[in-house]
Design a protein. Structure first.
Length: 190
């Protein structure tokens, strides 16, 4: 008895597996790249349009299907324009060699230090009635907002935050955005 799957499996080569793993790795890195941007919502919208197109084709809804296919042509032309910031960021990361690095996670010890620094500067700023807008990046990425401010990429410390929030200085207006244990930017527009 001959199984069709048996012939399929025997035709696989080591190079085919390497090819699949390489494509999976690149797709994963692209996902990580856009995860912290508004592009995720756009991609979800494109996936919904794709599903609706397939369903309209299955149900023989000719007019809707034709309209969606025409819209897809326009979307393919518009994608480079819409995703320009993400494409630029991807090319920059590839050029800097950051595309192949994995993200870091801070330790509990570092998290406790971060909390202590934020509490200390908050108490200090509260005593002087100085306003401070501090934003912590979590699941939703804030790269689009980080780009509106002045890049800092410095380790969080009460001294650095105190200097940023000195009244009547350029960095005082706007938000400080913190990713993990680093101040990514200050003076950001939200």
């Amino acid at each position: 008895m001959y199984l069709p799957l048996q012939g399929f499996i025997s035709s696989f080569r080591l190079l085919d597996i390497l090819d699949i793993l390489l494509v999976a790795f690149v797709l994963y890195k692209l996902f990580i790249l856009i995860r912290n941007t508004r592009a995720v919502a756009l991609i979800k919208g494109l996936l919904v349009l794709g599903v609706v197109t397939v369903v309209s084709k299955i149900l023989d809804l000719h007019v809707i299907n034709w309209m969606l296919q025409q819209g897809m042509t326009v979307i393919l032309v518009a994608l480079p324009v819409v995703f320009q910031p993400e494409l630029r960021r991807a090319l920059e990361q590839i050029g800097r060699g950051r595309f192949f690095r994995s993200g870091q996670v801070i330790s509990m010890e570092e998290l406790e230090r971060l909390i202590d620094e934020i509490v200390a500067i908050s108490e200090s700023l509260s005593k002087t009635h100085t306003g401070a807008l501090i934003v912590f990046e979590r699941e939703v990425g804030l790269n689009d907002y980080i780009d509106t401010g002045i890049a800092i990429d410095g380790l969080v410390s009460r001294e650095l935050l105190g200097n940023i929030f000195i009244p009547n200085t350029p960095l005082h207006d706007g938000a400080v955005i913190i990713r993990e244990n680093r101040i990514m930017a200050a003076g950001c527009l939200l």
